[in-house]
Design a protein around this ligand. Sequence first.
Ligand code: 5GP
Length: 215
Amino acid sequence: MDSTKLKRRGLMYVLSSPSGAGKTTITRALLKQNNDLTISISATTRSRRAGEVQAQDYYFVDIPEFNKMVDDGNMLEHAKVFGNYYGTPRQAVEEALANGRDVIFDIDWQGTQQLAEVARDDLVTLFILPPSSRELENRLRNRSKDTLETDTQIRDRMSKANDEMSHYSEYDYVLINEDIDKTIEQAQMILDAERLKRRRLVGLSDFVRGIKDGL
Ligand code: 5GP
């Protein structure tokens, strides 16, 4: 038996970055590569963008519904990001972890800080940086081609990106996304190594006892 087959606690893998740094691509790749990884689908009060699917990209809710989820204690964390409310529904995460699955989160630094308060031992946090300001601006401009954003909107996104980036030092790992394939590989390596942390391998003590007993 190798260590990857031992019973272990699921972990919470948080990815944060300014928009345009590649976080969505990395998250999708990790989900494809890891059958035992589940994505946490957030609830948000922001309006649905073209192509977004209810209960797949987000649970799109109105403000009273959102507030009720918070008041009922059904959010693991919640925050206001760029004028809209976002939060992580508690139940799906707790169920996945209880079933030994890992959960990946695409949330901002505020949510990451709150998760650290409630679940530091289960948390692994990763921040993705763009390789340069010019590259970030190029990516934001390319992405906004469809939505015909103005220069002012792009500048606004750049300034929000700078705010988000100022929190990189609160994260366990920081990757500079120069090459997307390499960054995905590194994000996978971190996940693999974190899964092998001794404190997560709850099946280890039985295994060692078995060796001592000559099994
Ligand atoms: P967007 O509206 O572009 O999908 O997301 C905007 C920002 O909100 C992103 O930085 C994203 O990581 C963050 N975000 C999405 N869901 C949550 C959540 O449940 N909690 C927190 N704190 N941030 C979130």
